[in-house]
Write a protein that binds this ligand. Structure first.
Ligand code: NAD
Length: 461
């Protein structure tokens, strides 16, 4: 019997909310043992019902094969420290009241306040948010940031809500989770479907509640409110720094490389710009409405203008439409998923024709796909380092707000690059010397750091 694990419970999950669930429910039986508390009581299946949470749990267990971890600490790390589920009535523009569900999950507060994004997406649920919170813990560990992991989300489609509805929803959510957030307790940031404006509303609501301006309650806010220059671009830039190092590892110049990018939002959009600026030819770009392909390369600046004018990526005249699933298997040097989790699966993993898989999104590759890719020559830059630029510059922003001292853009970018490269090479070194996959190497560094801190602090009371 595995340490802290026994028994297997297969996930049942509403099919309309999850793609790839069947894959998980079938093969996680062999891959991801379910945890059972050491006292014999089964934890409620509130998290395990999510295939994304099962995936995070499986990854955690996979690293226990290569690191030494106290069974009690491991058992604790399998679950968030705390989670809050809120229902929020919101007055809609047409006068109706609509109830939304929101979540804030804090995986760990051992190393400092918990830190993590807030996402607005129709399929958000407690398990998904808990998985994302766990990944944030490992990410902060690898980057050596004084934070634990957290995540939040509201099940909604932001594209269907007016600005006023989004503002009322955001302010109500802030009010509902007020008791568990704070600059020294839990600090939110933008994620899928949220942006600087969302953070500004949270900052304002929190500040009104406590009676004074508190910019350090969120990161990724507008510069005028104490935001950090370069935070908006930080994740895409960090992704790019990792890709440039990976290109060196596989012996290619950026000018020889091509890329396919899923997601043209904050992460994908900035990464496209940064890669194109370095001579990488972008062959395909997709978003939630469709995908486009141009074998001669997509003019990213022209596409940005097209999208800024309110038009859809799929209608861009400088490229041909392509089936979004087929886009992922185009021959290219770099495949960059920068949208949702679980898009590289058992079904398409052996059809990938890239040399580098750069995980801009969180959790884009299922464990089954990972097992397939382990036998290929694809160089994987795992999410926990690839997209860590966002939380790294969020850390810079938090520090600046606490000290009321602003850094220059040059200093932000230079420090970001320094920390990203250090983490990337540390992971490569561990992978090489210990003969591990890049993912196992990265996760082992993150999990080990958090576990050691827990061990050092000891058990209260
Ligand atoms: P965003 O909302 O700015 O952009 C998301 C993009 O994904 C959009 O172009 C959207 O159309 C596209 N998309 C949504 N559903 C899709 C689908 N079914 N198929 C294809 N494309 C789809 O979000 P973001 O901030 O760029 O986040 C993207 C990913 O990066 C998420 O996994 C997020 O957790 C991760 N991430 C973001 C940050 C950050 O700083 N924003 C940091 C680390 C990780």
């Amino acid at each position: 019997m595995d340490r802290c694990t026994r028994g297997i419970v297969l996930a049942t999950y509403p099919p309309h909310l999850s793609h790839g669930t069947k894959e998980l429910s079938v093969s996680m039986a062999t891959l991801a043992p379910q945890t059972e508390s050491s006292n014999g009581y089964h934890p409620l299946p509130v998290y395990q019902n999510s295939p994304t949470f099962q995936m995070a749990l499986h990854q955690l267990h996979s690293v226990t094969e290569v690191i030494d971890i106290d069974p009690g600490v491991l058992e604790r790390l399998c679950y968030p420290k705390r989670a809050m589920v809120v229902s929020m009535p919101v007055r809609m523009d047409d006068g109706r009241t609509q109830v939304f569900f929101g979540y804030r999950v804090q995986h760990s507060l051992t190393s400092g306040p918990s830190k993590g994004g807030l996402r607005y997406h129709p399929s958000v649920d407690l398990g998904e948010v808990a998985a994302l919170a766990m990944w944030m813990s490992w990410k902060c560990g690898i980057m050596n940031l004084p934070f634990g992991g957290a995540k939040g989300g509201i099940a909604c489609d932001p594209a269907q809500l007016s600005r006023g509805e989004l503002e009322r929803l955001t302010r109500r959510f802030t009010e509902e989770v007020l008791s568990i957030i704070g600059p020294r307790m839990d600090v939110m940031a933008p994620d899928l479907g949220t942006d600087e404006q969302t953070m500004a509303w949270i900052m304002d609501t929190y500040s009104m509640k406590i009676g004074y301006a508190c910019p350090e309650i969120v990161t990724g806010k507008p510069i005028e409110l104490g935001g950090c220059i370069g935070r908006r671009e930080a994740t895409g830039r960090g992704v790019t720094y990792c890709i440039l190092e990976a290109l060196k590892e596989v012996g290619l110049e950026p000018g020889q490389a091509t890329a396919v990018v899923q997601g043209f939002g904050n992460v994908g959009g900035v990464a496209c710009q940064e890669l194109a600026a370095r001579g990488v030819k972008i062959l395909g770009i997709g978003d939630r409405f469709g995908a486009i392909h141009n074998p001669r390369g997509i003019d990213v600046a022209a596409l940005q203008k097209h999208v800024a004018a309110g038009k859809l990526v799929r209608d861009f005249p400088g490229a041909e439409p392509i089936d979004p699933a087929a886009m992922l298997t185009l021959p290219c040097t770099i495949l960059l998923p920068a949208a949702l989790e679980r898009v590289i699966t058992r079904q398409n993993a052996n059809q990938l024709r890239c040399r580098i898989l750069a995980e801009g999104a969180n959790g884009p590759t299922t464990p089954e796909a990972d097992a397939i890719l382990a036998d290929s020559d694809i160089f994987i830059i795992p999410d926990v380092i690839c997209n860590a630029g966002g939380v790294t510059v969020s850390y810079f922003e938090w520090v600046q707000d606490l000290q009321q001292l602003m850094w220059s853009e040059e200093m932000v970018n230079q420090k970001l690059q320094e920390l990203m490269l250090r983490a990337f090479h540390q992971v490569c070194h561990v992978a090489r010397t210990r003969q591990l996959t890049m993912r196992t190497a990265a996760l082992s560094l993150g999990v080990e750091k958090v576990a050691k801190e827990k061990q050092r602090r000891g058990l209260y009371p």
